[in-house]
Every structure is written in structure tokens, then in C-alpha cells.
Design a protein around this ligand. Structure first.
Ligand code: 0A1
Ligand code: ZN
Length: 882
């Protein structure tokens, strides 16, 4: 065996810890280059364990001293190897003192304690606490924490940690201190501290029980004009959880802190959420409508974790989706409820399903495919995936679809009644749902254990004599790594039937007394037939309404059926879906043609006529019309092909957009004019929907790349009073041959140079512009504002290019892949988590033509063979090549 192969951790190997940690007291002397951490923990033997060793983990630490029950431990009294500290002992009670020394200013991994712009921050999920001290750093070990922070008064006027502020004062030597205590026991991954020059917006609110709570949003000085939306979102989240789930904030103080260097979106540390600035800072000048929506969602997400994740946490990291899938579901529902209208809910649902299809379906079909509850991993950081989060949320949503809203609430209540204060498993959640509703959910477990996107093929038979309509559903699931054969899933398939006027029929499902317009069929066998009675004419079926399960549903619709559903389905999701199916059909056909040399692309007017009706239907919300006029992405089309040809897909999609722009030009101009939002900017759903439709119209018109289109975009760019309109217009210009394009880009940079989040947009928009090739990206990397060290900046340029500009990234000479390999290797030395994310860009290499495949394989091998590669990146490229 090669010794440099990092070990795989298996779920089946779980063993409870030999000791529980009951209390933790920590003292930090904060210095960027040498922070001293003194930790005292009291431990109690786990009576059920036979293990005669206490195991602690530590990484990149300088160990100063260990004391066991007050006595210094000599190096012979313990074993320290590969980040594992073993102390042989069977004592009932132990007090352990550990002193460590850290170098936060050298920490570019952004895990553990690090410095960002002169301030201190921590990130401990999943295994970052072990970069602060040696500790049984595993989520099933829960303790209460008392934290003393000491630091320079001028440099670090603000000292924050979890829970309540107990005491603060001067130390006399230019330093001061703050003592924090968190009354709730928590796993180490929820520990946090923040220290530095920060300012806050605060508000006191009354909770449902009448108790008062202090809410704070902390940012760097100069950003206080960008915190109101995060504060509003926090208050709305608190209210929503009280109303919808009867869950109240359990602390007297709840803080959000924004940091510019952060690996992910945000982190739910108990009482002290730490956020990427991207998900906190907003005002009309710098943030788009989409940013406003994301901030609301992420603030909600982290807040909701306080119950789903913190009060009830995960037994081990294989159970990650227990908290993440559930919390994403909760934030999706929150955002939908905040819009309030049925049509707004549908648009939110469509948005969420788009993310699932764009990112999770490819993951589930690729080399990193894993079940919602994985069986093994090498590096847990690699499993913060769209499968754990978004597919996990779909799995939770299916409980609600099967049990109803009230049934789901009963299940949630029972879950908290049983497990508050515990570290549990996905199976415990399923058991609560099952027991609270008296429903057998045994087979439902397969959603947790089997990877891959199930395929459901529907066929129908209408019997005009007996007036019956039979729907046969047949399920299968493709093989995924380590899982060749799959057993049938328990799939809720929501169905409606449309009569020839386009109205919903009243459904009489054989064997069921209830009459409804939508029925949830429960597909449990490999194949099942469901018969509807009293069906007066042959209907058009509306299948998988509201996307009731994360599957690929196939049915042999005619083009006419799809146009009919687009115009009439009462289920807004399926109205949208019908349009997408129709457009995907055209795009696939055009792509096939584009691959033949000398072939001429043509389009039929049927699709544009259907889209014209949708575009001009004033009864539909602008937000819905926008989403309906958006063609399936290049990635979504690629996933439907046996062999991906990125250039042909791009050509086809561009051709279709241009022909739609020609056919519907007058309609788009009309929509552009009709959807102006005069007056003060507001990010509310109705105004945002109008702006979205207006800017969609602009983007189509801009496909024509003529003088009139240039003037339109330029005028909007110059006159915009908000970032949504400004960036939409700049994007249109960046993709055009407009004479003012370079000047507009330069002006934008000049205007927003001081706003890092806007500079990110500036990089990203250029990275994704269709004329941007590898050489242009390399040139942008030379820009003084570019840095690989800041994850947002690296993502804005490099990730945007590799993932968001497929036709250039997959250039036939392989230059995109060589660039990718270089960047993965460079990033890996700085920040393994970010590098491993970028490493995922070549996941689907086996789906490309042989000439591209071999170049991708070579790039993957080049990364795999790099000396000193992190286990994060090693796992990803290793699995890709396997
Ligand atoms: N639990 C967080 C996500 C998160 C995970 C790991 C991190 O480490 C870099 C940071 C954040 C959430 O779901 O929001
Ligand atoms: Zn989360």
C-alpha cells in the first residue's frame, strides 16, 4: 500500500467515544502570529465503552503542555501521531488542561482560527476545532463552554464568542478581556470567536413568550449602511420559526458577523453566526435582487439551524444531511412564505428545482455520486455537497408531500420531544415522522442509502368504453460508484389530468374515496398501474406536479400536449416544465444539427408562438414569465446527451435565443417598457419580478447585437440607480460588440473599486462572457484586484470561467484544462477546501468526445501526481480518475 493514500472513513465503523466532555473552559491570548490557547476540560467516562484510551485530535498545532488532573504529562504518558493524541486511561472523571500555540496570520485554509483583514475569526465545522486545541472533535461529544478572550484594546476592541457576555474589563497593559458563557451544551464544531475592529447594528425584539432578545449584525466600519436587510431577514426568520414550527430563539443574544474571507456561505455557530460578506451586505447600490433573496435565505438558513442542527445535532458526519437537508427545506419554505403569493411560491420552487437539476443531477450521475447519507468519505469537507443539501431538502420535502403539512409538523414536534439536546441519526428523523403519523416509512429509507437520480417512465391508456384512464409508472435507478443494483424507492408522484378545455378534471382514483384535482400516487414497486375512473374524455396528464420527487420523469408528450400544458396547467411548476421540455427538445435537435459540418440551423415557429403567449400573458406574474422564457442551461442540455459537445450546445442555444429575439422582438420591447420600476428601489418580489422580466427582455434583444440593442443596454447601464439594472446592462454589453463595451467595463470598475463584492461581479461577468477565452482570463488574473487567497475572488474569476463558460473552458486545444490544473494546484497550497471544489469541474470528463477526454484525463493526472496534495483534492481527482 502506498503510504500517501489518505484513509477512508466508514459509517459502519462508528463507535461511541470512550469519554464525554462535560465542560470546556478556554482562554485565548490573541496575537496574530502567536495566539496562546489554554483549554481545561472535564471528562467523564462513557460507561458503554470498552476503549481504554482517551482519543483527541489536533492539527497544525504547537503543543505546549498537557496536564491530567493537574499533573504535567510526560511524552511517555501519551502517544501523538498523525494528528491523533491517545492517552491511556480508564479513570471515571478527568480534568485535562491543554495548552497550544497557533499562528492565525499564517492560516490560509480559513479553518480553525484565522486572520482576515486584521481581525480574528474561527471556522470549526466540520473538523476545524482541532486546529485550535487537541479535543475529541466529533459532533456526538457535547459540552458547555466558557471562553475568556484577551487582546489589544485598540486593535481588537470587539471580543465575541458564543452565548452570553458574563464580564468584560481592562487588563491594564493595553489589553482588555471579555468572558463569554454558552449555557447550552454543543459539539465543538459550533464553537466560535470573533475579535477585531467591528461595528454593529442592533435591535431588541420581544419573542413569542414575551422574553426579550438582543440582535446584532457586526460588520467592518463603513459597512453599516448595508446591514438593514440582514437584520430584517433575521427578525423575519425568528417570527417565521415561531409561527410555522413553534420554535423560539433560546438565547438572550443572537449575533451575525460578516467576514470577507470565508470558504462557504455562512456558519451557524451557537448564538454567533459567521457569514461570508456576500450573504450579509446589501444596499441598492451594490446588491442585486438575487443578492437580496440569497441574503434572506442564508440568514434564515443559519438561524433555523439553531434548532435543526444545534439543539438537535448529528451523531457523526455521515448524518450531515439530517441537519442540512432539513434546514435547506426550512429556508426554502421560509423564502416561499415571505413572498406570500401562490405564484411567488411556484417561482421559488422552480428556482430550487433549477439548482437541483443544474448541479445535483450531474453530481448524482458522476464519479462523486453519494447517497444523502454517505457510507464513506476521505475528507468530510468534500461532502458539503448539493446532494447532502439540495437533494437532502427534497427528501425532507417528500415527507411533507406524503404526510401533509400537519402531519409533517407532528413529526417535527415528536423529533424535538425525543431528541432535544442529543446527537442523532437520519433514521431518528424518519422514525419521528413515521411514529407521529402512524405511517410505515421503511422503504423510504432508500432515499438515504441509495445514490443516483431515479428514472420514472410513465405510460398511459385511455379506455373510452369504460371511461378509465390508467397510468403505469416504472422506476429504475442508474448504477453509481459502489452501488450497482438499486431497490425500488418510495416515490410520491403528484398527478393531475386536464380536460380538453385545459381545466383540471376531478379525479376518482380506483380504491380511494376522495375526489381531488391533484392526487399523490405512491410508487413503491418497480412498476405499478394506477387507474382513474369516470374519466369522460382522454386527458392530458400533468405528471410530477410541483416536482413532488427528485426524479427524471419521462412521458411521451407530443409537442401539442406540451404547448397545451404550457398554456393551461393549473400547476405552475408543470406549466414551466412543459415549456422547458419543449425547449430542450429543440435545443437537442439543434445541437445534433450543429455537430454536422455545413449543416444549417433552422427553427420552427411553434416554440416561439408558445413563448409569445406566455410572455404576453398579463395574468401571469412577471417573475413567472421571466423564468418561463429562460431556456434550459447549457449544463442541463449537456446532461441529456450521451456525448457532450459544448461548442455545439452553445451554438444551438445561441441560435435559438437569437431566433426568439427576432421573432419576438416587438414583444420583448413591449415587455421592457411595461416592466419599468420607477421610484425608489425596493427588493420586494413584485418589483424584483418586473426587473427580472425587463432584464430578460434586454438580454434577448441584445442577442441581436445591433446598434439599437447597444443603445438600449448602454442607456440602462448609464442611467441605472440600482445594481440589478446596472449589472444586467453591463452583462449585455460584455456579451456584445457594442463600441462602448470596454469603456462601460472600465467605468464600472472605477465606480465600485472600493466594494469587493461588486468587484467580484465585475470579474465574474467577464469570466462568463462568450468571447472570454483562457488567455483573457489569465490577463484578468494580472489585475491588481485579483487574488487567489480570497475565496470569493477566486470563485468570481476562476470558478466562473471553468463552470460558467463551458464552450470556452472546453476549447478543443485543451488550454482550459491546462489552466484548470494549474489553478487547482496553486489553490491547493493555499486553501485545500477551495481547491477541491474547483477540482470538481472535470467530474464529468468521461461524457465528452474522446479527443477532449484524453486532454481532461491528462490534466486530472497532472493534479493527482502533484507532490504534497491535500487529501481534499486527492479524494476528488482520485475518484474522478477511478
Ligand atoms: N453548516 C454551514 C456550512 C458550512 C460548512 C463548513 C464550513 O467550513 C468551511 C462553513 C460552513 C451551513 O450549512 O450553512
Ligand atoms: Zn446549513
Amino acid at each position: 500500500m502506498r503510504t500517501d493514500t489518505p484513509p477512508t472513513i466508514y459509517r459502519k465503523d462508528y463507535t461511541p467515544p470512550s469519554y464525554w466532555v462535560r465542560t470546556v473552559e478556554m482562554g485565548f491570548d490573541l496575537e496574530p502570529s502567536a495566539t496562546r490557547v489554554a483549554t481545561r476540560m472535564t471528562l467523564e467516562r462513557n460507561q458503554t465503552s470498552n476503549d481504554k484510551v482517551l482519543t483527541l485530535y489536533g492539527e497544525e498545532l504547537q503543543l505546549v503542555q498537557i496536564r491530567l488532573n493537574g499533573k504535567v504529562l510526560g511524552t511517555k504518558a501519551y502517544q501523538l501521531k498523525d494528528g491523533v493524541l491517545r492517552i491511556p486511561t480508564t479513570a471515571e472523571q478527568i480534568t485535562l488542561d491543554i495548552e497550544t500555540l497557533l499562528q492565525p496570520d499564517r492560516n490560509t485554509s480559513l479553518m480553525g482560527l484565522y486572520v482576515s483583514n486584521g481581525n480574528f475569526f474561527t471556522q470549526c465545522e466540520a473538523e476545524g476545532f482541532r486546529k485550535i486545541t487537541y479535543f475529541p472533535d466529533r459532533p456526538d461529544v457535547m459540552a458547555t463552554y466558557k471562553v475568556m478572550l484577551r487582546g489589544d484594546k485598540k486593535k481588537y476592541p470587539v471580543l465575541l464568542s458564543n452565548g452570553n457576555l458574563i464580564e468584560q474589563g481592562d487588563l491594564g497593559d493595553g489589553r482588555h478581556y471579555a468572558l463569554w458563557e454558552d449555557p447550552f451544551k454543543k459539539p465543538s464544531y459550533l464553537f466560535a470567536l470573533v475579535a477585531g475592529q467591528l461595528v454593529c447594528q442592533e435591535e431588541t425584539i420581544k419573542l413569542k413568550s414575551g422574553r426579550e432578545a438582543l440582535l446584532q449584525v457586526w460588520v467592518e466600519e463603513g459597512n453599516l449602511d448595508k446591514t438593514q436587510h440582514a437584520m430584517d431577514s433575521l427578525i423575519n426568520s425568528i417570527r417565521w420559526d415561531e409561527e410555522r414550527f413553534g420554535l423560539e430563539l433560546d438565547l438572550d443574544r443572537f449575533m451575525i458577523v460578516a467576514v470577507g474571507d470565508f470558504n462557504m456561505g455562512a456558519m451557524e455557530n451557537k448564538g454567533l453566526n459567521i457569514f461570508n460578506t456576500k450573504f450579509v451586505l446589501a444596499n441598492p447600490r451594490i446588491a442585486t435582487d438575487v443578492d437580496y433573496g440569497n441574503i434572506e435565505a442564508v440568514v434564515g438558513h443559519e438561524y433555523f439551524h439553531n434548532w435543526t442542527g444545534n439543539r438537535v445535532t448529528c451523531r457523526d458526519w455521515f448524518q450531515l444531511s439530517l441537519k442540512e437537508g432539513l434546514t435547506v427545506f426550512r429556508d426554502q419554505e421560509f423564502s416561499a412564505d415571505m413572498i406570500g403569493t401562490d405564484s411567488g411560491r411556484a417561482v421559488k420552487r422552480i428556482d430550487d428545482v433549477r439548482v437541483l437539476r443544474q448541479a445535483q443531477f450531474p453530481e448524482d450521475a458522476g464519479p462523486m455520486a453519494h447517497p444523502v447519507r454517505p457510507d464513506s468519505f476521505v475528507e468530510i469537507s468534500n461532502f458539503y455537497t448539493v446532494t447532502i443539501y439540495e437533494k437532502g431538502a427534497e427528501v425532507v420535502r417528500m415527507y411533507q408531500t406524503l404526510l401533509g403539512r400537519d402531519g409533517f409538523r407532528k413529526g417535527m414536534d415528536l423529533y424535538f420531544e425525543r431528541h432535544d439536546g442529543q446527537a442523532v441519526e437520519c433514521d431518528d428523523f424518519r422514525a419521528a415522522m413515521s411514529d407521529a403519523n402512524g405511517r410505515d416509512l421503511t422503504q423510504f429509507e432508500r432515499w438515504y442509502s441509495q445514490a443516483g437520480t431515479p428514472r420514472v417512465v410513465a405510460t398511459t391508456v385511455y379506455d373510452a368504453v369504460h371511461k378509465t384512464y390508467a397510468i403505469t409508472l416504472k422506476q429504475s435507478c442508474p448504477a453509481t460508484p459502489g452501488q450497482k443494483n438499486k431497490l425500488p424507492f418510495h416515490i410520491p408522484v403528484a398527478v393531475g389530468l386536464l380536460d380538453s378545455n385545459g381545466n383540471d378534471m376531478q379525479l376518482h382514483l380506483r380504491g380511494f374515496p376522495q375526489v381531488q384535482s391533484t392526487v399523490v400516487l405512491e410508487l413503491m414497486e418497480e412498476q405499478q398501474t394506477f387507474v382513474f375512473e369516470d374519466v369522460s374524455e382522454e386527458p392530458v396528464p400533468s405528471l410530477l406536479r410541483d416536482f413532488s420527487a427528485p426524479v427524471n420523469l419521462e412521458y411521451d408528450y407530443s409537442d401539442a400536449d406540451l404547448a397545451f400544458l404550457m398554456a393551461h396547467d393549473s400547476d405552475a411548476f408543470n406549466r414551466w416544465e412543459a415549456g422547458q421540455r419543449l425547449a430542450a427538445r429543440r435545443l437537442l435537435a439543434l445541437t445534433a444539427t450543429a455537430q454536422q459540418s455545413g449543416a444549417v440551423l433552422t427553427t420552427d415557429p411553434a416554440l416561439s408562438e408558445s413563448l409569445r403567449l406566455t410572455l404576453n400573458d398579463a395574468a401571469l406574474d412577471p417573475a413567472f414569465r421571466e423564468i418561463a422564457l429562460n431556456l434550459p442551461s447549457e449544463t442541463v442540455i449537456a446532461e441529456q446527451m450521451d456525448v457532450i459537445n459544448p461548442q455545439a450546445i452553445h451554438q444551438a442555444r445561441r441560435f435559438l435565443r437569437q431566433s426568439l429575439a427576432q421573432a419576438l422582438r416587438a414583444d420583448f420591447i413591449e415587455a421592457y417598457k411595461a416592466n419599468q420600476t420607477p421610484g425608489d428601489y425596493s427588493p420586494d418580489a413584485a418589483s424584483a419580478g418586473k426587473r427580472a422580466l425587463k432584464n430578460l427582455a434586454l438580454s434577448y434583444i441584445s442577442e441581436l447585437d445591433d446598434a439599437a440593442a447597444h443603445v438600449m443596454a448602454q442607456t440602462q447601464c448609464d442611467g441605472a440607480d440600482n445594481m440589478t439594472d446596472r449589472v444586467a446592462a453591463l452583462g449585455a454589453l460584455a456579451n456584445s460588440t457594442a463600441p462602448g463595451k470596454e469603456a462601460a467595463l472600465a467605468q464600472f470598475y472605477q465606480d465600485f473599486e472600493a466594494e469587493p463584492l461588486v468587484v467580484d461581479k465585475w470579474f465574474s461577468l467577464q469570466a462568463m462572457a462568450r468571447t472570454t477565452d483562457v488567455a483573457a482570463v489569465r490577463k484578468l488574473m494580472q489585475h491588481p484586484a485579483f487574488s487567489l487567497k480570497n475565496p470569493n475572488r477566486a470563485r468570481s474569476l476562476i470558478f466562473s470561467f471553468c463552470n460558467g463558460n463551458p464552450s470556452q473552458f472546453h476549447a478543443s486545444d485543451g488550454s482550459g484544462y491546462a489552466f484548470w490544473a494549474e489553478q487547482v494546484i496553486a489553490l491547493d497550497a493555499i486553501n485545500p477546501q477551495v481547491a477541491a471544489r474547483l477540482a470538481r469541474s472535470l467530474d464529468r470528463w468521461r461524457k465528452y468526445a474522446p479527443s477532449l477526454q484524453s486532454k481532461m484525463q491528462a490534466a486530472l493526472k497532472r493534479v493527482a501526481q502533484t507532490a504534497k496534495l491535500s487529501k481534499d483534492t486527492k479524494e476528488v481527482v482520485g475518484k474522478s480518475l477511478a
